[in-house]
Design a protein around this ligand. Structure first.
Ligand code: HEM
Length: 182
């Protein structure tokens, strides 16, 4: 993953638990550095090892760590030179979710090695949607829940999200039921 993700994790840990905690987490994850080049490409294993080490440090369930980081990421990415990208991707939550693939496509201009996720939003009832999430990477479903909450915060909307399907070896996607509260 791009170093920007690992830098996001660093600022997330430093803000919540302090610099000492970050240094200890990097040591535990057996990572040689404590800083990352935001536009550099790193092995996905670095990111997964960092998450594992945070889980160990905080003694929180991995799903919670991923969810809280996902929520943090939207604000972090927004302050990292990409704020307009989110704004122009839609005027409300639903439009922005519908345009997530286009938004990540645009990031490819700055980050050509990006392996972006892909999403499909289907309306299944009044204020109710099913979102399918496709990725080359396993285990990030809980992060999507946090990301969606972070996205809704940006437009001042309130949502509930529940994962209704977990991706399987047959490459079925993760599916989330989203309800917009009005
Ligand atoms: C301005 C906001 C955003 C920026 C700049 C951004 C950028 C990125 C970057 C750089 C990566 C790493 C991918 C790689 O290195 O191959 C990534 C991954 C990802 N992004 Fe975004 N993103 C943004 C918002 C969102 C939002 C709102 C969602 C909502 C669901 C989202 C979903 C994901 C997921 C799930 C991944 C993990 C990669 C995977 O599934 O394979 N992103 N994004």
């Amino acid at each position: 993953m791009y170093g920007m993700v690992n830098e996001g994790i660093r600022t997330f840990v430093e803000r919540n638990f302090g610099v000492e905690a970050w240094n200890s987490i990097c040591g535990d994850a057996d990572i040689e550095t404590t800083r990352f080049d935001r536009l550099g490409s790193y092995d996905d294993a670095v990111t997964y090892c960092l998450i594992d080490a945070i889980v160990k440090y905080t003694e929180l369930p991995p799903e919670n760590v991923l969810k809280v980081f996902g929520e943090y990421w939207v604000g972090y990415a927004g302050q990292s030179g990409f704020e307009n990208l989110l704004k122009i991707s839609g005027k409300n939550f639903v439009e922005r979710v519908q345009n997530l693939d286009d938004m990540h496509e645009r990031i490819l201009l700055t980050m050509p090695n990006l392996k972006p996720p892909s999403f499909e939003l289907e309306k299944v009832g009044e204020n109710t949607y099913d979102l399918s999430y496709y990725s080359t990477r396993p285990g990030l479903g809980s992060m999507v829940i946090g990301l969606l909450h972070g996205l809704a915060e940006q437009t001042g909307e309130e949502i509930t999200v529940k994962q209704t399907q977990h991706r399987s070896v047959q490459s079925d996607p993760d599916i989330f039921r989203i309800v917009l509260k009005s």
